[in-house]
Ligand binder design. Structure first.
Ligand code: PHE
Ligand code: ZN
Length: 883
């Protein structure tokens, strides 16, 4: 247990390390409960550090066996050691070598940080501060060293031994059952990118020729017998490598690139140099076990981790406050990759849906923080939607502001200047300022100021003058620690649409060649000239900035955009906005005119009849109404989840009934032919067909049940089978329970498929669900130690079941609090993540708010909490002072 009380780390306190480490030689003798590590560190005083400082190395639950300085065993009088640190009181003034022997127990490591075991295999996770759980070290990203790692193990237990870089030696230990391998990574790196793996693993591989003609061996290691499920990931890796060469001129820099899939992992995956370690959920796929969404996630995450090789590894972060430097940029890069490989508008809509569901929610919660935070108590709690997703939006806005050509030149300059260094957000922006000659200091506010700006836009048409004026105002609500806000530099991509769909050739000198107007003041306006008829403005095309917009457009005008806008994103957005207005009104007890719902239904039907089959993936998105959580966020205060649920259900029923013929037609005409293929076009047809099934079931339960049962029985792939089961979940009764039992029977030995089964049940919006979830925790396939299991059952209940988690009697909150306290004893990171499902508690009506507060207080008051959980609990409860 950590004994230190939560200390706050501040950006303003950054100072360079007093010592540097040039080389690290590790000798790791793997043993299930007593692994021995001998670390030989080549140290020297940092010319930028303090001259006479002691040397203090970080540790975390390590036990020290021996320490020597330049080969001389140190007597106890010359150092101080605890599980958390090792201090050499009077280190030499010049270069020296420190040899440290530690012992750790990987089997009892349930935190999944440092060296641990998963399905019997050894693996490591070092970001952010896990290396100190292996040996004492200057465990901070601006200390970069060249690593050589010798790994030794029982040959039977761990026939495969992997490390960072290239393998330089391997062999047996004469006369023993042990063997070893030596890996050398020539690229200096921070300790968080260190990794090793030892175990029994199957392998798939192919070779790749880089743009300069070098041969690289690509390999993916998985549980033996699952090799054929890694083919798609391997293909995605090859496509990612090719794309980064094409799109950014970035080439891979080692002879091998290894990926290992493990079943126990706190996050999605990790970009360790030359040895990525993945949650197996983001590697393994077959048509029978994975859905289209799984394939898309695998492609995106494989790309993300590979792209880190440049944005993260070659150029790393000076300190953890700069996390968005690698994460925001790399998310932007993987989004661009997926957009190029799939459909750009469809992918953009998916990105924005996630951004709103997760980041806008965070921004409006007590956990709101800037993309570059200025303080933290536990860095693990800052791997957030804000750092990742909003961080990516900043890069996207930068590209919109300076244009694609200068953006690429800026990226090249950034890599050229910062290669091999630990950089800052300032270094990143300086590259773009230098290639464009622009002052980006105002733009930089996006990194510092938290909260989602609200932009209000009003349009005025002057028929006599043939002008159309747009008046903009912006405002950002207060967030913790930031009571008042400055205006942001907001790129508004826009255009005008005529009501009959014809093109409008209006001009304004405030709009640049890319169609972007920059709103950088609290209020501003622009005027188009030569406008002959009252247009409908299309604003924030492609979602050009992460803001909320308030438009003075009527529903009728928005439906013109759905029909005629040349920007696909805004066509989708228009339908969403109309639906949201109606849903929010209904959910707060306001009357809405029947004709308003009818108009939306008519517009959707017209859209389906004329356009849907041209782009089924897009059509499926248009047919999907805002989620219950989206509606809650839109309402923002005194939220009544049950009213939202009823309003949405009713609206889906009415739209389904109005479109029933078209929906039936889609069901028939989009039927699968031939073998399953995960490509975006085939996935899009399945998405529309399955969205149609779900709406049909909303319109006519009996018809829906018949169709869904039939599809469940006959489906030839997991996408269609799971979609049918998901529709059945909305229809209480025997058919649903029978299908659940069948599914369990078929996939009892497939943990990743069972996760989907847990999730669907946890999401049932009925009173019995909490009991069902508790029952499922006793299921043999469930384990509190496995993060995927916990997230799929309990995480889904808390994050995706609005009505049952937010039960008015508070039992949903109490349940989650119990679980958080239990999980905290095993895996604090996982517990803290689960706890973030309370981030909307202040939005709820009083009864729920009171229950949530007492559940949170119960957690906060428990002694011996991990730093992870106590930090989230304390911030969630903090009065929003200064607001
Ligand atoms: N750096 C990883 C990624 O974004 C995420 C991660 C963070 C994984 C911390 C493990 C621990 O790809
Ligand atoms: Zn990342």
């Amino acid at each position: 247990m950590r004994t230190d009380i939560a200390q706050t780390v501040r950006l303003e306190d950054y100072r360079p390390s007093d010592f540097l480490i040039d080389r690290v030689d590790l000798d790791v003798r793997l043993h299930p409960t007593a692994t021995r590590i001998t670390a030989t560190l080549s140290l020297r005083p940092n010319p930028k550090g303090r001259a006479d400082a002691p040397l203090t190395l970080d540790g975390d639950e390590v036990s020290l066996k021996a320490v020597a300085l330049d080969g001389r065993a140190l007597p106890e009088s010359e150092f101080e050691a605890s599980p958390q640190s090792l201090t050499i009181t009077q280190p030499p003034r010049g270069p020296f070598t420190l040899t440290i022997e530690t012992e750790i127990d990987p089997t009892s490591n349930t935190k999944l940080m440092g060296l641990y075991r998963s399905s019997g295999n050894y693996c490591t996770q070092c970001e952010a501060e896990g290396f100190r759980r292996i040996t004492y070290f200057l465990d901070r990203p601006d200390v970069m060293a060249v690593y050589t790692t010798r790994i030794e193990a029982e040959r039977d237990e761990a026939p495969v031994l992997l490390g960072n870089g290239n393998r330089v030696e391997a062999g047996s230990l004469e006369g023993t059952s042990r063997h070893y391998a030596v890996w050398h990574d020539p690229h200096p790196k921070p300790s968080y990118l260190f990794a090793l793996v030892g175990g029994r693993l199957g392998r798939v591989a192919k070779s790749f020729t880089t743009m300069s003609g070098r041969e690289v061996e690509l390999a993916i290691y998985v549980e033996p017998g699952k090799e054929n499920r890694a083919d798609y990931a391997l293909d995605a890796l090859e496509r990612s490598m090719r794309w980064d060469e094409r799109a950014f001129g970035r080439e891979y820099d080692l002879d091998v690139f290894n990926i290992v899939a493990v079943s126990d992992f706190n996050m999605g995956a990790m970009e360790n140099k030359g040895l990525n370690i993945f949650n197996d959920k983001y590697v393994l796929a077959s048509p029978e076990t994975a859905t289209d969404a799984d394939y898309a996630n695998i492609e995106a995450i494989i790309a993300h981790e590979y792209f880190h090789n440049w944005s993260g590894n070659r150029v790393t972060c000076r300190d953890w406050f700069q996390l968005c430097l690698k994460e925001g940029l790399t998310v932007f890069r993987d989004q661009e990759f997926s957009s190029d490989e799939r459909s750009r508008p469809v992918h953009r809509i998916a990105e924005v849906k996630t951004l709103r569901a997760r980041q806008f929610l965070e921004d409006s919660s007590p956990l709101a923080h800037p993309v570059r935070p200025i303080q933290y108590r536990e860095i693990n709690n800052f791997y957030t939607a804000t750092v990742y997703e909003k961080g990516a939006e900043i890069v996207r806005m930068l590209k919109a502001l300076i244009g694609p050509a200068d953006f690429r030149r800026g990226m090249d300059l950034y890599y050229e200047r910062c290669d091999g260094t630990a950089a800052t957000v300032e270094d990143f922006l300086a590259a773009f300022a230098d290639v464009t000659g622009r002052d980006l200091s105002h733009f930089a506010r996006w990194y510092a100021q938290a909260g989602t700006p609200r932009v209000t836009v009003k349009g005025t048409f002057d028929a006599a003058a043939r002008t159309y004026r747009l008046d903009f105002t912006q405002e950002t609500p207060p967030t913790p620690g930031q009571p008042t806000k400055e205006p942001m530099a907001i790129p508004v991509a826009l255009g005008l649409v005529a009501r009959d769909g014809s093109a409008i050739e209006a001009v304004s000198d405030r709009v640049n060649a890319e169609g972007v107007f920059v709103l950088d003041k609290a209020s501003d306006s622009l005027t188009f000239t030569g406008v002959s008829a009252h247009p409908v403005p299309s604003l924030f095309r492609e979602f050009s900035a992460p803001v909320k917009t308030i438009l003075d457009l009527s529903n009728e005008e928005l439906l013109v955009l759905l029909r005629h806008d040349s920007d696909a994103f805004n066509r989708w957005q228009a339908a969403q906005t109309v639906a949201m207005r109606l849903l929010a009104a209904r959910s707060t007890g306001k009357a809405i005119a029947d004709s308003d719902v009818a108009d939306l239904a008519t517009a959707l039907r017209a859209f389906m009849e004329t356009d849907a089959l041209g782009d089924p993936a897009f059509a499926a998105l248009v047919l999907t109404l805002p989620s219950e959580a989206d509606i809650a966020q839109d309402i923002g205060r005194d939220v009544e989840p049950d009213m939202i649920h009823r309003a949405r259900k009713e609206m889906r029923r009415r739209i389904g009934q109005a479109c029933i013929e078209t929906l039936r037609h889609f069901r028939d005409s989009l039927s699968a032919t031939g073998a399953y293929s995960p490509d975006a076009a085939s996935a899009g047809r399945r998405a529309l067909r399955n969205a149609s099934l779900d709406l049909l079931a909303a319109a006519d339960a009996a018809l829906g049940e018949t169709l869904a049962r039939e599809q469940f029985e006959t489906a030839g792939n997991m996408t269609d089978r799971l979609a049918a089961l998901s529709t059945l979940m909305t229809l209480p009764g025997d058919a649903r329970e029978a299908a659940l039992a069948r599914f369990e029977e078929s996939y009892r030995d497939e943990p990743l498929v069972l996760d989907k089964w847990f999730t669907l049940q946890a999401m049932i919006p009925e009173d019995g669900t909490l009991e069902r979830v508790k029952r499922l925790m006793e299921h043999p396939g469930f384990s509190m130690n496995n993060p995927n299991r916990v997230r799929s059952l309990i995480g889904s209940f808390a994050m995706l079941n609005q009505v049952q988690f937010n039960r008015q009697d508070g039992s949903g909150y109490d349940f989650l609090a119990d679980i958080v306290l239990r999980v905290d004893e095993l895996n604090p990171q996982l517990a803290a993540r689960l706890l973030t499902s309370f981030s909307s508690w202040r939005m709820m009506e009083t009864k729920r708010r009171t229950h949530a507060k007492s559940a949170l207080s119960r957690i906060a008051g428990k002694p011996n909490l991990s730093r992870d959980v106590s930090d989230i609990a304390a911030r969630s409860l903090a009065e929003q002072q200064g607001q």
